[in-house]
Design a protein around this ligand. Structure first.
Ligand code: FAD
Length: 417
């Protein structure tokens, strides 16, 4: 097992990054009330794009070449952590738009595709989404039944995806379909394409200010130039996107826990029962210390995972500069890439598994500290509780992540999923 030399890890940020994170903090505060209202009304928060767009957060880790801020993964993670304090619903927007949206294009698209799509997504003119899951293919995307064939110079897609975050709002998304040879390919799909239908999924349990869609492809026409990456390598692209998705979940979970902690402290220092403040009760303090343990243990895993992801990114970007056939090189056995990817994959899975459980535990404890006052969706910790249930399921259900972590260590022949 190879662990990085921890003395090399540096979580310090520059003045410029600090200024950006202050802007993120301001934007979060400016939309706070609107987010609560949107959540209760189950409406998308229409202040996200203008407020976060003006500080560049709609393209935080996207290269300056395409209009983004070009920040490193760790800075993006710090921003997601801050956004997480406002809830998983808001953070999920950035996951769908950036982590499993724009970053898939940044990582795998051709130069022409990046120039065509990324600037509009950075400006907020077009939102992004990631359509992988199907009603009969959730934890096992490899069993997907959405199909494509080549006809008249185009790709024709037929099939159904569901739970697609931002799916009713996105102007562009990536999707994944099986070809006649049985192999899965990735595609860039524009929402207005012929045969593309998006329908909102209603009656959700939480994450109420983010919209999820069921997408139907009915003889959906996708131009040939919208094939993403190498034909037949779509599943590898999707799995690489999930590394970024898991990192986003894990980073946002820290914010959720911090908000649960702050709210619990605030409430327990003013609510009195049995003659003294709740904050004085030892069993309430047990909840507070558990939340602090949850935050501190998650932070280390998340930041470490961000650094491993950055190393993978730097390696691939270096290859892109040197070798126009970089995708072919990666598809052949590139041992350094495989090692960096396996490490980023494992650490993101560990961080997501731990932080999502820790966020759910913290939100549950915070609800208990508030008692009946948290039994209404108008209460922040109530929303954290409802929304944190989802993060144990999506971006890889936690059971499957446990199996993945074990098999990455044991070797492929022990894969139990
Ligand atoms: C709010 C929300 C947002 C989402 N956003 C998106 C999105 O933007 N894009 C997208 O493509 N998808 C999205 N999803 C889908 C999500 O990724 C899937 O829900 C997830 O992968 C689990 O698949 P499933 O729901 O079909 O559950 P299943 O795969 O049916 O799993 C059900 C249970 O069985 C367990 N299980 C499955 N296989 C095994 C195994 N081999 N061993 C042990 N246990 C196992 C799972 O851990 C889980 O507990 C979203 C889902 C939700 C709820």
């Amino acid at each position: 097992m190879s662990f990085s030399n921890i003395s090399k890890m540096n979580f310090e940020i520059s003045d410029e990054q600090k200024k950006f994170l202050e802007q993120v903090d301001e934007a979060c505060k400016s939309i706070r009330e609107h987010e609560s209202r949107s959540y209760l009304e189950e409406a998308p928060n229409d202040m996200i794009v203008p407020e976060f767009g003006k500080i560049g957060m709609l393209g935080c880790p996207i290269s300056k070449k395409y209009g983004g801020l070009g920040y490193d993964i760790l800075t993006f993670v710090f921003a997601l952590e801050r956004i997480g304090r406002e809830g998983n619903s808001l953070r999920t927007f950035f996951s769908a738009h950036t982590s499993i949206g724009q970053m898939v294009l940044q990582n795998w698209a051709s130069e022409e595709q990046k120039r065509k799509y990324l600037p509009d997504t950075v400006s907020g003119k077009k939102l992004m989404a990631f359509a992988l899951t199907e009603p009969d293919a959730g934890s096992d995307p490899g069993s997907m039944t959405t199909r494509f064939e080549e006809r008249g110079g185009d790709f024709i897609l037929n099939g159904k995806k569901h739970w697609v975050g931002n799916g009713t709002l996105a102007g562009v998304m990536t999707t994944y379909a099986r070809g006649p040879d049985g192999r899965i390919s990735a595609f860039i799909v524009e929402a207005g394409s012929r045969g593309f239908h998006a329908e909102e999924m209603k009656n959700k349990m939480g994450l109420l200010s983010i919209k999820n869609a069921q997408i139907r492809f009915e003889e959906c026409v996708i131009p040939k130039e919208n094939l993403l990456g190498t034909k037949g390598k779509g599943l590898s692209i999707a799995y690489s996107a999930l590394i970024d998705g898991r990192l986003s979940v894990a980073a946002g979970a820290i914010g959720v826990m911090k908000d649960c902690l702050d709210e619990s402290i605030r409430h327990s220092q003013k609510r009195q029962q049995h003659g003294s403040l709740l904050a004085k009760k030892q069993l309430i303090q047990e909840h507070i210390s558990a939340m602090i343990l949850n935050i501190e243990s998650s932070r280390w895993l998340v930041y470490r995972s961000a650094i491993a992801r950055q190393k993978l990114h730097d390696y691939v970007e270096g290859l892109k500069e040197k070798d126009p056939n970089w995708q072919e090189k990666l598809n052949r056995e590139d041992r350094e890439y495989s090692a960096l990817r396996a490490k980023a994959d494992r650490l993101a899975a560990v961080a997501k598994l731990h932080s999502s459980n820790a966020a759910y535990d913290s939100a549950n404890r915070a609800v208990q500290v508030f008692g009946s006052f948290a039994y209404q969706r108008t209460n922040r910790v109530a929303r954290h509780f409802l929304d944190s249930r989802a993060i144990i399921i999506y971006e890889g259900a936690n059971e499957v992540l446990k199996l993945k972590i074990a098999s990455l260590e044991l070797g492929d022949k022990y894969q139990a999923y």
